[in-house]
Design a binder for this molecule. Structure first.
Ligand SMILES: C[S@@+](CC[C@H](N)C(=O)[O-])C[C@H]1O[C@@H](n2cnc3c(N)ncnc32)[C@H](O)[C@@H]1O
Length: 390
């Protein structure tokens, strides 16, 4: 993980990164799809928002999720910092900063798996779910890599290997060359153990024998074949309401973010298997304490206001806030009112310039559609543009 370096605003020059977003199929954008995550926004959103950024600008995302803003900043040649309280998000996002060659990741995985004295596999999970999800050898190798990465995950190669593992941990089985290590499962979210076991038994599905090193090798070669030039930055695992932003050591010109959509509480349980891989329990974790509160609208708005205030404290006057926000249709809340109220309550100088309708999750190709968050009632999404007037 790169460290934050000193920040200068003296030179006002265009950025040296991409002026236009490469085609979405271009190899340099494959890193974006390394591993899926709930309610990620499309890379076009932060990339377009940064069209007028200047060389030396720093970008902050206090709810960074899987790091789409960070990758967009890197493509633009800009430094960035992301904060998220979910370890799965933090792990995926930090791999967006990694400057590595696929062979380095493959070599590290081989070293871990070939270790002649690996010691006992700690915390080897047991039970019907694990017996049916992974073939025994596959599970043993996954656990070896997990054990290693829980102890050591500070170098860019280790961080990239963790990102690769999160990307291939579970997903659908394809007939030819397997991409994912698990028995049949969606790639976007982890099925709960009871439902998964019921489905596998009903359909008589056996866990596939998959070479973990081969799967890592394929994914590393695909996702890291070409990466954008390295830019300074880091990802912090923390609660944006309470983390001391002064510790970031940088001053920002841009805050580009998407807070959890109101009513969306399932970031932990929906990624429970990935959460296990990064050190969590071997069962579904229903953790909410370090997530923005969903115990009523007022508390949510106060929480959001706290994060806007914290962000303003490390921004230059004139900094831009670009925020995509929504509320689950079932909550019957107006996202415009919620954002307005939160910025007013923050009382720290963010002035709204524009609020645009970003449509609903039923229009066009939306990430939240893939995650099934919008089953019957569409999500209302808005884009908010504000400027810090100190
Ligand atoms: C809408 S998602 C962000 C998705 C992101 N834009 C992307 O493209 O991947 C909101 C994120 O806010 C995080 N979050 C919720 N409460 C938080 C808090 N108090 N501090 C930091 N992150 C928080 C969630 O874990 C989730 O990853």
């Amino acid at each position: 993980m790169a460290t934050v370096v000193s920040v200068s605003r003296a030179r006002k020059e265009p950025t040296t990164g991409f002026r236009r977003l490469p085609k979405l199929t271009a190899p340099v954008l494959r890193l974006n799809g390394l591993a899926p995550y709930y309610t990620m926004f499309p890379i076009t959103f932060p990339f377009t928002a940064l069209a007028n950024a200047e060389q030396g600008d720093w970008v902050l995302d206090p709810f960074c999720g899987r790091g789409t803003t960070i990758l967009a900043a890197r493509l633009r040649g800009l430094a960035s910092v992301g904060i998220d309280s979910n370890p799965v998000a933090g792990a995926i996002a930090s791999s967006k900063l990694a400057q590595i060659r696929p062979r380095e990741v493959i070599r590290l995985a081989k070293e871990i798996l070939d270790d002649p004295k690996p010691g006992p596999v700690r915390d080897l999970p047991h039970g019907d779910f694990w017996d049916l999800c992974y073939a025994p050898r596959t599970l043993r190798d996954v656990c070896r890599i997990r054990n290693y990465l829980i102890e050591n995950c500070s170098t860019r190669i280790e961080i990239a290997l963790r990102g690769v593992m999160l990307g291939i941990l579970h997903g659908p089985q394809n007939a030819k060359t397997p991409t994912y290590l698990s028995n049949q499962m969606p790639r976007t979210y982890s099925t709960k153990p009871v439902s998964a076991v019921r489905y596998w038994r009903k359909n008589k599905l056996k866990p596939p024998e998959i070479g973990v090193l081969d799967a890592i090798s394929r994914r590393a070669k695909f996702s890291f074949q070409e990466v954008p030039d390295s830019t300074p930055g880091k990802v912090v695992l923390g609660d944006s309401r309470t983390f001391n932003f002064a510790q970031l050591g940088a001053k920002f010109s841009w805050v580009i973010t998407s807070p959890p959509y109101y009513g969306m509480r399932t970031y932990f349980p929906d990624h429970w298997l990935r959460n296990w891989f990064v050190g969590g329990p071997s069962d579904v974790e229903y953790r909410t304490a370090d997530q923005l509160s969903h115990h009523g609208e007022d508390q949510f708005i106060t929480d959001l206001a706290t994060v806007w205030k914290q962000s303003a404290g490390v921004c230059f006057s004139g900094a831009r806030l670009v925020c995509r926000f929504g509320a689950l249709g079932s909550c019957e809340k107006n996202p415009r009112d919620m954002v307005r109220r939160s910025l007013t309550e923050a009382g720290c100088g963010w002035k709204i310039k524009t609020i645009r309708d970003a449509g609903t999750s039923k229009q066009g190709h939306r990430q939240c559609e893939q995650f099934g968050t919008s089953k019957n009632v569409p999500l209302d999404e808005i884009d908010v543009y504000a400027v810090l007037e100190l």
